[in-house]
Design a protein around this ligand. Structure first.
Ligand SMILES: Cc1cc2nc3c(=O)[nH]c(=O)nc-3n(C[C@H](O)[C@H](O)[C@H](O)COP(=O)(O)OP(=O)(O)OC[C@H]3O[C@@H](n4cnc5c(N)ncnc54)[C@H](O)[C@@H]3O)c2cc1C
Length: 469
């Protein structure tokens, strides 16, 4: 990057917090997205506060430099891989936490990870009940930017449901605050839907393409400490799907619930079963793995009983293996991402949301595509809210085999088209949805207009949301 620009950045953040050293750039050229090639940026800058972020974006705008906001770097679809010669704005120094106990909310800087926040809130017997499985590295701001979900979502919804307001630096350096905190005299974050249209929502899932989130305000809840872990077996997908719905309809609080196909469980157990102490078992055609969580023990006991009753009424049986859901919940098992890291595989992931009653349609579509393209992969997901189920199928490839990688790209494109036809919706605006699903054109054009309005120079994370010509 031009030395003049680097000097202007250093004047904002200090010499220690801007770098063009090759080893530093190499670090920021990659992320947890192992299936994507790294790209060398021109510089990395690490601002300390919102004001510095604003001044950095003013410089980037003046010189029309591509900017990639980066927090934990744990995203899996190449979202945080920079543009060649561009500027990475790393936000981990924004690490303040402010608790508003009476408002049952907390405000965190963009550099605060779920792990840091959980440790802090634990002192007050509070928590934010949604955790991505990458909690120790992933930030709340980064998770809001990708519209994430995770353990806890089965009861509480995606991370968006927790957000009360955001502080955002727009591409031209303007600082805005959304939600109740837009009133400087407000006692803190207590209402997201203040001041008319939901501007907060504009930045949720925006992948750093519309501005940089510098602070996130979220709801807190009294910490649940009573859990019960159980597995339930079924012979048909319809029974397993119905089981998830009836848990919800009967107010049984499953904080994390997933349906597994027997063959997929075998696949994971071969790799990780022993490590997690999961007994060998002839898994049924469908296993539902559930963590029940309640504030009070009597509520939990009642949920345990009701869940067993619903399972048996539907023709299923209580398996009695608790180590699988316990591993998922307690250790955030990181099973599925980890299994492939452990084996050195690379993969492409295809996040989408399906309805619980259409669970089988996603699974059938994923298998059809894997079979047609001759690929190894897996189906996996979890219940994420009122009536949605988040899928994250992986398609594996050998990183040394260019032909196979190409095949995975083609399979990915085909899968997104077919899943859309089953009624599934994108989890976020990843390029394959927009390039391969023409039904999304109108939506894309609208996003394009908003992007042009906020970022006329197109500096913010270009390419992450593909733009029509
Ligand atoms: C083992 C493993 C398990 C995972 N499990 C889950 C899971 O359960 N649920 C889940 O949702 N995800 C999961 N992920 C994916 C990943 O952790 C999430 O995508 C996470 O939210 C990314 O947060 P981050 O802080 O690492 O952001 P980054 O990877 O740094 O950035 C993600 C995106 O957000 C943008 N961005 C980052 N910070 C900001 C900001 N302050 N303002 C504006 N834009 C910004 C970036 O430009 C990029 O587009 C997992 C990843 C791994 C490696």
């Amino acid at each position: 990057m031009d030395q003049k620009i680097v000097s202007e950045l250093a004047a904002i953040v200090g010499d220690d917090y801007v770098s063009t050293r090759e080893d530093v750039l190499l670090t920021y050229s990659h992320s947890a997205s192992i299936g994507y090639d790294g790209v060398m940026p021109g510089a990395v800058v690490r601002p300390a506060n919102t004001q510095e972020v604003s001044e950095v974006l003013q410089v980037a705008n003046k010189y029309k430099i591509a900017v990639t906001p980066r927090s934990g770097g744990s995203s899996l679809q190449g979202e945080v891989i920079p543009r060649e010669g561009g500027l990475v704005v790393e936000l981990m120094r924004l690490d303040e936490i402010t608790l508003f106990k009476k408002l049952r909310s907390v405000r965190v800087g963009a550099g605060v990870t779920f792990g840091m926040l959980d440790k802090y809130l634990n002192q007050y017997d509070l928590w934010v009940p949604i955790y991505p499985e990458s909690s120790l590295v992933c930030t709340l701001a980064g998770n809001v930017a990708v519209n994430g979900a995770g353990p806890g979502s089965s009861s509480y919804g995606c991370i968006a449901e927790m957000v009360l307001g955001l502080e955002v630096v727009l591409p031209d350096g303007t600082i805005i605050q959304t939600g109740s905190e837009a009133n400087p005299d407000a006692p803190g974050p207590f209402l997201r839907y203040a001041f008319g249209p939901d501007i907060t929502g504009l930045f949720i899932g925006s992948l750093g393409a519309l501005g940089i989130i510098t602070r996130v305000s979220v709801k807190t809840f009294k910490r649940i400490r009573n859990f019960h872990y159980e597995t339930y077996g079924f012979e048909t997908a319809e029974q397993a799907e119905r089981f998830l719905l009836e848990l919800r309809e009967n107010d049984v609080q499953a904080v994390f619930a997933s349906i597994y196909e027997g063959r997929i469980l075998e696949f994971f157990m071969d790799m990780l079963g022993e490590e997690y102490g999961i007994p060998k078992y002839e898994w049924p055609t469908f296993t539902v793995s559930v963590t029940l969580g309640r504030l009070r023990e009597d509520q939990l006991a009642s949920d345990v009983e009701k869940a067993a009753e619903i399972c048996e009424k539907l023709g299923g049986h209580v398996i009695g293996i608790s180590e699988l859901p316990r591993g998922e919940w307690d250790d955030r098992m990181r099973t599925f991402a980890r299994s492939s890291y452990a084996h050195g595989w690379h993969w492409r992931i295809l996040y989408h949301h399906q309805t619980p009653t259409n669970w089988h349609r996603s699974v059938e579509t994923i298998w059809d595509v894997m079979d047609e393209f001759g690929l190894l992969g897996h189906t996996a997901g979890f219940l994420t809210g009122h009536s949605s189920y988040n899928f994250y199928p992986h398609l594996y490839f050998d990183p040394e085999d260019a032909e196979e990688e190409e095949k995975v790209r083609a399979a990915h494109a085909e899968l997104s088209k077919r899943l859309f036809k089953t009624g599934a919706v994108p989890f976020k605006l990843a390029p394959y949805w927009l390039e391969d699903v023409p039904e999304m054109d109108r939506y894309l054009r609208f996003i394009h207009e908003i992007k042009n309005l906020l970022d006329p120079n197109g500096i913010m994370n270009p390419g992450v949301i593909p733009m029509p010509e």
